[in-house]
Design a protein. Structure first.
Length: 158
């Protein structure tokens, strides 16, 4: 684990466990018809992380294999205030807040809310369109050795 980050849980090799993850803006984007939250999205604090998790018996340098058994919206919540609780969103960032792909054609912030029904998503902001989503687990990794700095690995020139 990185210095100062205590594990939120310890798991045993071969054990199945569940992780409820927050979406990348940690609830800053809300289910409404305004794009103000996308316009003012906190870009310096994106990609909230879940964890860290300790693996019983694992030592620095060990190779860890993680099998993802299922990925999806929080199943016990069909709706709620956070993305992943029955809904998701597509956001286009304004040029004034980092921009993105095709900023010349879309210089302002836009947002579409997508409601989940199983694997199908529909949007009140994009009427008549539905799609079957492909879910991905996001980012996963192992903590650096305690001898690593926050901005990269310490190295000695020879």
């Amino acid at each position: 684990m990185a210095p100062g980050n205590s594990p939120v849980a310890t798991v045993k090799p071969g054990e199945s466990f569940r992780v409820d993850c927050r979406e990348w803006f940690d609830g800053a984007i809300v289910n409404d018809d305004s794009a103000e939250d996308v316009l003012n999205a906190p870009l310096l604090t994106v990609h909230k992380l879940s964890g860290p998790f300790a693996v019983e018996g694992a030592k620095p340098g060990d190779l860890l294999v993680v099998d993802i058994l299922d990925v999806g919206p929080i199943p016990q919540e069909d709706s709620g205030p956070l993305a992943g609780q029955g809904w998701g969103y597509t956001g286009i960032f304004a040029t004034s807040n980092g921009g993105g792909f095709l900023t010349e054609q879309f210089p302002d912030a836009y947002k579409a809310i997508w409601d989940f029904s199983g694997q199908t998503a529909t949007s009140r902001h994009v009427p008549g369109v539905s799609f079957t989503g492909l879910i991905h687990p996001g980012l996963m990794g192992t903590a650096p050795r305690p001898s690593c700095s926050r901005n990269g690995t310490n190295a000695k020139a020879t």
